[in-house]
Design a protein around this ligand. Structure first.
Ligand code: ASP
Ligand code: MG
Length: 447
């Protein structure tokens, strides 16, 4: 069994639905196809929820109707037979009605979850109808029958495994379609795995059925060695180890949801990142047999804030860092990078919603300095300390760039440093020159 997950853009239009169907048709193995909502839909559902929360019913209804119109027009173009379009109309009417009834009630957190779930429910239904029209035998499974989370929002892996095997056994087909993102919670109510959660669904399903591979289909050719928006001639990385992918996922969250690596890694299932719009490209394979390579990829993350806590009391004192960490824990703000000296600690966060409270409390421990508009540059690869020359290759070219923090040795697969966002593009290009030129040339020669 393999799992194929298609993101929002892959099912973003009639033309794209058809591309996905042809990829599914070409895949001769038994498969579970996991779909996101059509692109933009989850954002629309968020704004509908926001309007309803603010009791702005009329605007919410306008959006609900517009969404329905969009769906009807997609269904009309996608489904050629009258029968298919008729079935789609019945399904779309039901979903339209759900949103309309929610808009008439008092808007609760549970109603919001129901609203959020509609995108995936609709995309999978439309896709199933299209496959029926192509006479491709498939079964539409409701993720709400097997995807469960506990009271902490964590997946209940054993239950998922048990339920999904029962659900699969009910059908005689080799192609299954289901929704990403949505699930049921401890109270058996509709819930979700948070934004971008469809990758996580795919990985959890892959682990539950012990898939031989999990394919994540998006709109780029896998993980690039550098950011193609800022650097020319980037190339897709052929393979990555799970550890390298985990380091990079935080930075390139756009292509792969960071959390989604975990179930696949734990069950040792290779993850293949593919491009729906260029299915012939090899993509990136994440597995535990990846060849060791010095530098694999560079990625950057913006909107980073650095906080420095300077205190002479820290000199030879124990328990100091614990107290600092407790402040962040209390405000549920995660720390990404950290470096310390004898008298100061610098750390970075990307969620600044509690920055004011955090700095206020940290003042009890020393002088606080805050810098914003920074970017973390992450270099991933096999950077174990016994590899000589890696750090000089990295820093040689950067002699004119002010570096605010460096983190190295935390894991063997990552070296990160912090620069002003205004320097980011220069840094990515300088590193590309220094670290990948030879690799790029080699690729060119091979091509
Ligand atoms: N549709 C959801 C979102 O946009 C889940 C996903 O696509 O991964 O966040
Ligand atoms: Mg996504």
């Amino acid at each position: 069994m393999i799992v194929l997950k298609f993101g929002g853009t892959s099912v973003g239009s009639v033309e794209n639905f058809k591309k996905v169907a042809s990829i599914v048709q070409d895949c001769k193995e038994n498969k579970i196809v996991v779909l996101s909502a059509m692109s933009g839909v989850t954002n629309t559902l968020v704004s509908i929820s926001d309007l309803l929360r603010a009791s702005n019913r009329s605007e919410a209804l306008q959006k609900i109707d517009a969404l329905n119109e969009k769906y009807v027009s997609v269904a009309k173009d996608l489904l050629e037979s009258d029968e298919g379009f008729y079935k789609a109309q019945i399904i779309l009417k039901k979903h339209h009605q759900i949103l309309k009834s929610v808009s008439e009630e008092v808007f609760t957190a549970q109603n919001e979850k129901i609203v959020m779930a509609q995108g995936e429910l609709v995309s999978t239904n439309l896709f199933q109808l299209y496959l029926e029209e192509l006479a491709l035998e498939s079964a539409l499974l409701s993720a709400l029958d097997f995807m469960f989370i506990d009271q902490h929002g964590e997946p209940k892996s054993a239950l998922i495994k048990d339920r999904i095997s029962k659900v699969l056994a009910n059908h005689q087909v080799t192609t299954f379609i289901t929704q990403g993102f949505i699930c049921r919670n401890e109270a058996n109510q509709i819930d979700n795995l948070n934004r971008g959660g469809s990758d996580y669904s795919a990985s959890l399903i892959g682990a539950a059925v012990n898939a031989s591979q999990i394919q994540i289909w998006t709109d780029i050719d896998g993980m690039h060695n550098n950011d193609p928006r800022y650097v020319d001639q980037t190339f897709s990385v052929q393979e990555l180890s799970f550890d390298e992918a985990a380091e990079l996922a935080y930075f390139g969250a756009k292509i792969l949801h960071p959390q989604s690596i975990i179930p696949a890694q734990e069950s040792n299932i290779p993850v293949l990142l593919k491009n729906t719009f260029k299915p012939e490209s090899a993509g990136t394979l994440i597995h535990n047999k990846a060849k060791v390579q010095k530098i694999r990829a560079i990625a950057a993350k913006d909107s980073i804030t650095a906080i420095k806590i300077k205190s002479y009391r820290m000199l030879m004192a124990y328990g100091f860092i614990k107290k600092i960490f407790e402040v962040f824990e209390e405000h549920k703000t995660s720390i990404d990078m950290i470096t310390t000296s004898e008298v100061a600690v610098s750390l970075t966060i990307d969620d600044t919603s509690k920055l004011h409270e955090i700095t206020n409390e940290l003042q009890a421990f020393g002088n606080i300095e805050v810098d914003s508009d920074l970017s973390i540059i992450c270099i991933a690869g096999d950077l174990s300390q016994n590899k000589k020359g890696v750090t000089s290759a990295i820093f040689d070219g950067l002699r004119n760039i002010p570096i605010r923090m460096i983190s190295y040795g935390g894991s063997n697969y990552n070296l990160s440093f912090l620069v002003k966002t205004t320097d980011k593009i220069a840094v990515l290009n300088i590193l590309n020159e220094g670290l990948f030129k030879e690799v790029a040339l080699e690729e060119e020669i091979q091509a």
